[in-house]
Design a protein around this ligand. Structure first.
Ligand code: 13P
Length: 262
């Protein structure tokens, strides 16, 4: 059985105090209800708030992973404005997002860059969530599965099977048209995309890796729709944007992942 995994991607939101308060109330509520035991939970604050959020999590006693929204693939050097994986490790980061659609489509990241980042994160011993998903135009052109396949194959080029069987690599299926729009994928559409992605992993890495890899859904996931999405057999959790900025709502999504049919 795959343990559900829910991430809260805060994107470029919060400030020093609201980031701390969000972490304080979320961690307390998750821990009080023992939801941090039945679900893997991670939060992805902006880089500059990683340290205060790390300290809040440590003080809470909750089992919550500290995550980074991006990382450069070079370990150090003349790369003004970039953050390296060793720096993130140093700050207590355990899991890193790669290939988020906002980085691909707004900031111009290529499949090659996403692959370099994914390999560097995994080689460092940290966990990685590789984000993939089609745009509205690609969906309307019937290219959903082809785009997902291209992004998975490119993102995982030269990634060893061990990372998948050990569940250090998670895939987040985040259809771009669903992100921040309120247009959530239907549970059936999410299930169909996830099943295709799992079958692709089976063909690339074999059944053990396909059984182990967790596939999160992302895109306007909220407290109202989470339980239905999580009840799909190939949906192993969620990567949550807007709804992760409200502690109560995020906790309800984690609860839905813990009890998908409730
Ligand atoms: P929303 O939940 O705001 O749609 O964002 C999803 C997302 O991009 C998470 O990485």
């Amino acid at each position: 059985m795959r343990k559900p995994f829910v991430g809260g991607n805060w994107k470029m939101n919060t400030n020093f105090e609201t980031a701390r308060q969000l972490a304080i109330s979320g961690a307390k509520s998750l821990h009080d209800h023992a939801l941090d035991a039945s679900v893997d939970v991670a939060v992805f604050p902006p880089f500059v708030y990683l340290l205060p959020v790390r300290d809040v999590i440590a003080a809470s006693g909750a089992s919550i992973k500290l995550g980074a929204q991006d990382a450069h693939f070079e370990p150090q050097g003349a790369l003004t404005g970039e953050i390296s994986i060793p720096m993130l490790r140093d700050c207590g980061v355990q899991v890193v997002l790669t290939g988020h659609s906002e980085r691909r489509h707004i900031l111009g990241e290529t499949d090659e860059m996403v692959n370099a980042k994914t390999r560097a994160v995994l080689a460092s011993g940290l966990e990685c969530i590789l984000c993939i998903g089609e745009t509205l135009a690609q969906r309307q052109a019937g290219q959903t599965d082809a785009v997902n396949e291209r992004q998975v194959r490119a993102g995982l080029a030269n990634v060893e099977k061990d990372h998948l069987t050990a569940a250090r690599l998670t895939i987040a299926y985040e259809p771009v048209w669903a992100i921040g729009t309120g247009n959530t994928a239907s549970p059936a559409d999410a299930q169909s995309a996830h099943a295709r992605i799992r079958a692709l992993i089976d063909s690339m890495y074999g059944p053990q890796a396909a059984r182990a890899v967790r596939i999160q859904y992302g895109g306007s996931c909220n407290a109202a729709n989470a339980a239905q999405l999580m009840s799909q057999p190939d949906v192993d959790g969620a990567l949550v944007g807007g709804a992760s900025l409200k502690a109560g709502e995020f906790v309800e999504i984690v609860r839905a992942a813990a009890n998908p049919r409730a």
